[in-house]
Unconditional design. Structure first.
Length: 498
């Protein structure tokens, strides 16, 4: 196992936040079979550390630990769990700079974006710390003589979380904080590309007084680990964020143990621009909605649908702004776009662009000879995109924007809904009738009107169709980790009715 005296550790104010072990039952753990995997900085392709690949029995040991710890955690009062979560929140905030450095090194996003994600991730911890105190049951007017009826909310049990590399911290906290606040122990399996953010969260959870066995981070071969977690009957809930392809697989693997599933899967967001919009303003908003995290965002505006009357002006402003975006190592200076996560992502983006060109799209940008390294992809705008092209059908997860013109509201509704995905959609117009018509007709879990920013702790985040199941965050996010127990208290003498 590599020692802590690596480049990454040296960059941190608190080197103990950089851990190259799994975290099970409050202990930093090696892989018993001696298997390990390197983690690379996508900007330089240099190894920044190693992680152990745990053996099957070590994953089961995490479940044993969570099962034992559950008894005490669920018995705490909600306000006691709240205090520990708030302590975790404070520690995340206090270590924001180190957490952002770890994230930029393993994920590649520019440092200011990484700081933003730490803040965003922390905000879910604070939100759910408070929400845990409001998991109310209800009383039910009785239809049974001399009985009182009602419900109470109880933690579902051990919850496991399988998370992606594009938001290595916030995708964990949005799930884990809800589960912990509900009284559930958690077992997190982060993406192997970005494990160090998860492990730093574990270190801070321990310092916050979250007991051993309650927050575990397991590492290993993803397919091997997920089979064990999905097949384990003691794990009652699985929350996954990642691709629709892997989401389908996890549904199958969880069928035998009938788990509670929350799935935040892929997106293919339309960005609709109405004829009344200022083309420059709309183009700049579309740039923000497309190129954040170098396009590796489930909310990325992939298909930009612009009314024909302003299409050409929009395209001019979009390309001028896109060509001014800076691409480089996220640790260095003012950078708009960092690298893609690995070389395969670059190859996939290039194939999507080639496919569109071969089917008649016009390309602007994307001079890959200017890319500052082999995992970088210079942003591309494609116009004249059609439903036959991959850029329309697939989530490209790269800085590739597809633009096309439409002529009527009915046409754009059909175009926008022409996808298996249904996560988020953007509408830009000031016409209230159009807003209402489009918002109601779009088959998406989230619709944002005249705003690129739509997420945050108070809102229910999630998709329809093949973008997923369930909602994270908001007033209902904690319900993903709660069971409703109905009770009937009969034979209560003369008391009847309510
Ligand atoms: N809806 C949302 O909230 C949301 C948020 C972020 C990312 N995403 C989606 O995530 C995807 C990008 O992330 P990704 O590439 O990490 O996704 P991914 O599906 O490849 O991986 C996600 C997680 O699944 C694991 N995994 C990979 N292959 C597996 C297998 N065969 N069996 C079991 N587990 C496996 C990975 O190790 C990782 O932990 C995109 O589709 C994106 O839209 C969705
Ligand atoms: N940007 C999303 C994550 C999707 O990749 C979020 O805000 O949760």
């Amino acid at each position: 196992m590599t020692t802590l005296s690596t480049t990454l550790a040296k960059r941190l104010t608190d080197p103990r936040l950089f851990r190259q072990y799994a975290y099970v039952n409050g202990k930093w753990t090696h892989g018993e079979g001696g298997r390990e995997e390197a983690v690379y900085d996508p900007a330089t392709n240099e190894a920044i550390g190693h992680i152990p690949l745990l053996e099957a029995k070590q994953i089961t040991a995490a479940v044993d630990a969570a099962e034992a710890a559950f008894v005490h955690w669920r018995a705490l009062r909600a306000d006691e769990r709240c205090e520990r979560l708030l302590a975790w929140y404070d520690l995340i905030q206090a270590n924001r700079e180190d957490l952002a450095t770890i994230m930029t090194l393993e994920q590649g996003k520019p440092l200011p974006d990484a700081r933003g994600e730490v803040e965003y991730g922390a905000s879910f911890v604070r939100w759910f710390a408070e929400e845990g105190k409001r998991t109310y049951g209800e009383t039910i007017p009785s239809h049974i003589p001399n009985a009182s009826l009602g419900t109470i909310k109880e933690p579902v049990g051990i919850a496991t979380m399988i998370t992606p590399w594009n938001f290595p911290l916030a995708m964990i906290t949005r799930k884990a904080a809800a589960a912990l606040a509900a009284g559930c122990p958690v077992i997190v399996k982060p993406a192997n590309e970005t494990p160090f953010s998860a492990l730093a969260l574990a270190e801070l959870a321990e310092r916050a007084g979250i007991p051993a066995g309650i927050f575990n981070v397991v590492l290993g071969d993803p397919a091997e680990v997920s089979k064990i977690l999905c097949g384990e009957p003691r794990i009652r809930a699985l929350s996954f964020t990642g691709s629709t392809r892997v989401g389908r697989l996890l549904i199958e693997q969880s069928a035998n143990t009938v788990k509670r599933l929350s799935l935040e899967l892929g997106g293919n967001a339309p960005f609709i621009v109405g004829p009344d919009m200022d083309p420059k303003q709309a183009a700049y908003a579309a740039i923000d909605a497309k190129f954040q995290t170098a396009g590796q965002d489930c909310l990325a505006a992939n298909r930009i649908l612009v009314h024909e009357s302003i299409h050409d002006a929009f395209v001019e402003h979009f390309s001028e702004r896109m060509l001014a975006l800076t691409v480089g190592n996220g640790l260095q200076g003012e950078i708009d776009l960092g690298p893609l996560i690995h070389r395969q992502a670059v190859e996939k983006a290039a194939a999507i662009v080639d496919d569109a060109i071969s089917k008649g799209a016009t390309v602007i940008g994307g001079d890959q000879s200017q890319a500052p390294g082999e995992n970088f992809f210079m942003p591309v705008m494609l116009t004249g995109v059609t439903p036959r092209m991959k850029v329309w059908r697939e989530e490209n997860f790269a800085p590739v924007a597809g633009i096309t013109a439409y002529s009527s509201d009915d046409e754009v509704i059909e175009m926008a809904n022409d996808t298996e995905y249904g996560l988020a959609a953007y509408i830009y117009t000031h016409d209230i009738r159009r807003i209402w018509k489009l918002m109601r007709a779009l088959e998406y879990g989230m619709v944002s009107v005249n705003s690129v920013k739509m997420t945050g702790p108070p809102v229910p985040f999630g998709g329809v169709k093949q973008s997923g199941l369930g909602r994270e965050g908001g007033a209902t996010g904690i319900d993903e980790y709660l069971e409703t127990k109905y009770y009937c208290l009969g034979a209560l003498g003369s008391v009847s009715g309510s």
